[in-house]
Ligand binder design. Sequence first.
Ligand SMILES: *[C@@H]1O[C@H](CO)[C@@H](O)[C@H](O)[C@H]1NC(C)=O
Ligand SMILES: *[C@@H]1O[C@H](CO)[C@@H](O)[C@H](O)[C@H]1NC(C)=O
Ligand SMILES: *[C@@H]1O[C@H](CO)[C@@H](O)[C@H](O)[C@H]1NC(C)=O
Ligand SMILES: *[C@@H]1O[C@H](CO)[C@@H](O)[C@H](O)[C@H]1NC(C)=O
Ligand SMILES: *[C@@H]1O[C@H](CO)[C@@H](O)[C@H](O)[C@H]1NC(C)=O
Ligand SMILES: *[C@@H]1O[C@H](CO)[C@@H](O)[C@H](O)[C@H]1NC(C)=O
Length: 418
Amino acid sequence: MFTKQTLSAFVGALALAAAKTIPASDEYPTAAEIASAQESVLPYSPVSNVKGLAFNRFAQIWIENTDYQTAADDVNFAKLAKEGILLTNYFALTHPSEPNYAASAAGDTFGMDNDDFHQLPANISTIADILDTKRISWGQYQEDLPYAGYQGYRYPESGANEYVRKHDPLILFDSVTNDAVRPRQIKNFTTFYEDLKHHSIPQYMFITPNMTNDAHDSDITVAGDFLERFVPPLLRNEYFSKDTLMLVTFDESGNYSVPNRVYSFLVGGAVPEHLKGTTDDTFYTHYSIIASLSANWGLPSLGRWDCGANLLKLVAEKTGYVNYEVDYDGLYLNETYPGPLSDGDYSEYEPLWSVPATSGSCSAGHGIADVVKKTYHGLKPTYNYTSPIPYDAKTGNNVGLKYFRTLKNGKKQSGITA
Ligand SMILES: *[C@@H]1O[C@H](CO)[C@@H](O)[C@H](O)[C@H]1NC(C)=O
Ligand SMILES: *[C@@H]1O[C@H](CO)[C@@H](O)[C@H](O)[C@H]1NC(C)=O
Ligand SMILES: *[C@@H]1O[C@H](CO)[C@@H](O)[C@H](O)[C@H]1NC(C)=O
Ligand SMILES: *[C@@H]1O[C@H](CO)[C@@H](O)[C@H](O)[C@H]1NC(C)=O
Ligand SMILES: *[C@@H]1O[C@H](CO)[C@@H](O)[C@H](O)[C@H]1NC(C)=O
Ligand SMILES: *[C@@H]1O[C@H](CO)[C@@H](O)[C@H](O)[C@H]1NC(C)=O
């Protein structure tokens, strides 16, 4: 049996290196270190059953770098989408990959415009913190991860890419890796199938296929074949699928010069029968997912771009929240903004970590997480996080876009991206 002491010593050793400059030994652990961790680190699979308004489990699978129409033209993507709800205005946030994955966990890109080895400071909260407020079990399944909580840059360390850290959202955060247990909730596909067999699948999960299956090093046909093998058996599995909402989406579009709209659809037992085979043209971003989890389970916001994000219609209809409509003319979400993780596009700016909102109710309606309020108390938020369109202003793209809605009492509200 693996003792708690060995585990914290092990995780502690990795976390020691988790500063902005990462020693090579952490980025590329030796084969012996990997083999020893494979022997000793036990995956952790907490379970819970907290009822949500629209679903009791949420799973998102991310495929890579593909324009909307290219995915729509793939027979397997199109076929699966017809079993659920196709989201026709779902946007990724920026380029390249890593900032999108980081944003899916923390509600911000922090200016990241690259796929470097990043480790974000402990005062940045993530989806793990808000799910933990109600003990909603969470996990990640990263195909070909050599062991739970592996923190290297890629695996294997040479040859064909399989696992890459840039596609592993929660591993990027000290608030996850400094903990003795949390890294063990980041597991591989072998553990996924064990968890499935033992009915120990969490209520929230992020699923990353390897670099071939996710289209990154292959193409949309290979990813479509992967989905066709992976998803339908899960949908037919009563344990997995009952009251589950599964999102299939892409980290970003393939062409950086087009609006960053990505082919996305919802399937699973939580999709009402009458909505199967329909489309939903609401404006969503990756931030809408964090906000929708919050609204579904009554969780607080991270106070970042999740705060103003539109909610998945299935959830908004339950809470009565009225989503914004947006002006698509000029909306790209293909750039980034000043931040400490930027590779130099913003050298004229102070690379400050952005300050989240610490007050307001947010689209999910449950205020801001206590940990965020405590950390950032009294500081002025860097951006207007109540906007459903995040800031994206490198070249002035995305500036001056209108968003608007009419509340149920007839009151009109609008805003303009600054
Ligand atoms: C998956 O993770 C487990 C547990 O951490 C590890 O023992 C196993 O070797 C990994 N499997 C693969 C295929 O990498
Ligand atoms: C990716 O996963 C598939 C199985 O899902 C496996 O056959 C393949 O070898 C893995 N790695 C690469 C580089 O394709
Ligand atoms: C990317 O999009 C731009 C703008 O629509 C277009 O001019 C260009 O040809 C596209 N590039 C590729 C490789 O399709
Ligand atoms: C974003 O798209 C606009 C419009 O096509 C283009 O001018 C700009 O170069 C793109 N930005 C990046 C970083 O590719
Ligand atoms: C959060 O951590 C970063 C990096 O250590 C630091 O620069 C920043 O001042 C901290 N913010 C707050 C509010 O403590
Ligand atoms: C922030 O955005 C909201 C709408 O989401 C708008 O009502 C408000 O005026 C904006 N605040 C500022 C300071 O621009």
